[in-house]
Design a protein around this ligand. Structure first.
Ligand code: FES
Length: 60
């Protein structure tokens, strides 16, 4: 696996790829297996948290 890479998209999500573990605020792992890259919501509008569902486009 490769080092984790985070890309902050302007007015959009944070793209995460590489070797990482995603946890909720209680420390429980969130399943991301099978996904080479995930998009974390950075706008707070998603209905599929913590993942981006494209709703940030409505705020632009
Ligand atoms: S960043 Fe895409 S829905 Fe929030």
């Amino acid at each position: 696996m490769s080092e984790a890479k985070l890309v902050v998209k302007e007015k959009g999500p944070i793209l995460v790829s590489g070797d990482f573990t995603l946890c909720d605020d209680k420390g429980n792992n969130i399943d991301t297996q099978g996904k080479a890259t995930i998009a974390l919501c950075a706008c707070g509008l998603t209905e599929n948290g913590p993942f981006c569902d494209g709703k940030h486009k409505q705020a632009q």
